[in-house]
Design a protein around this ligand. Structure first.
Ligand code: FE2
Ligand code: FE2
Length: 290
């Protein structure tokens, strides 16, 4: 695919929404509806974001020089969005720590994974980022498409997750397009082979690490053994079943001609922006600060 025929919509603009969440109102420890497993898996995910998203930015920017102007512009928007996400998730993680969770084991795991990744060539890092950004985008799509996922969550924290999901959808093509640009001299077969291998690898690590991380946080709440496994697996795979529901979108990644924008889900962005316009607290605070 040449850089001029990318399916990323021509009229797509990546607009950072600089919002702040949870700074003024206290957030309960079990912010997700008082549920151990729901709070634990979102907390485990959030633990990865500050350093993980900094890694995404660094991996993409390694190839930014010389990219076509539209992609260069998108990389800037992507970078700003991810930097603000890191800031908000660092604040979220501080609140989790203040409410008594010890995130150090989870953070250490992320650092170990990143150390292994960073020892590889830049193209391997942009490949891992491209795969993880697809993963993030399909989680984000599911989160916005089905309100059950945040059912019962503390409202401002739920808003943080919706805001993040919205921007993940908006910039979902950037790492992919950068990967296409970085590998423009490769054969289709070589590209497919590498991207399939990388996706299987990052998916395995994602599932193992987030499950282990969530179980560790549940242990800190006194929920252990078969009960912890049952609650968590039911939540992730059955109801609301986030992992089960993204399986189809995950598989599409392996199809020939895949591109994140083959599915144009900007209606979810429009819906989010319309609801955020009327959002009571977070956005007003930003306006005051600006
Ligand atoms: Fe992000
Ligand atoms: Fe992202």
């Amino acid at each position: 695919m040449s850089a001029t025929t990318l399916p990323t919509p021509k009229n797509l603009t990546i607009t950072p929404r600089d919002r702040r969440f949870g700074r003024e109102t206290p957030v309960p420890r079990l912010w997700h509806g008082g549920r151990f497993e729901a709070t634990a898996i979102y907390n485990a995910l959030s633990t990865t974001f500050p350093v993980g998203e900094a890694y995404f930015v660094e991996s993409v920017r390694a190839f930014a020089k010389g990219t076509p102007p539209k992609l260069a512009e998108e990389i800037k928007g992507f970078t700003t969005q991810e930097v603000i996400h890191s800031r908000e998730h660092a604040a979220f993680n501080r609140r989790a720590t203040e409410s008594g969770y010890d995130l150090s084991k989870l953070e250490q795991r992320v650092e170990e994974r990143l150390a292994v990744a960073r020892a590889r060539a830049p193209v391997a890092n942009v490949a891992a980022t491209m795969a993880l950004e697809h993963f993030t985008a399909i989680l984000a799509h599911q989160l916005l498409a089905d309100p059950n996922h945040l059912d019962g969550a503390e409202p401002e924290t739920a808003e943080l997750w919706r805001w993040h999901a919205c921007e993940e959808i908006e910039h979902k093509g950037v790492a992919y397009d950068t990967w296409l640009w970085a590998t423009r001299d490769w054969s289709r077969w070589k590209r497919w082979k590498v991207k399939a291998k990388v996706m299987l690898y990052v998916t395995r690590n994602f599932l193992v690490d987030r499950t282990t991380g969530a179980l560790e946080l549940m242990r800190q709440d006194g929920v252990t053994g078969p009960r912890a496994w049952r609650l968590l697996l039911w939540y992730l795979w059955v109801r609301p079943g986030m992992f089960r529901k993204i399986a189809g979108a995950w598989l599409k990644f392996f199809m020939p001609g895949f591109h994140p924008w083959n599915e144009d889900d900007r209606h979810l962005l429009a819906r989010y922006d319309a609801s955020a316009k009327d959002a009571p607290e977070p956005k007003r605070k930003v306006r005051r600060a600006a």
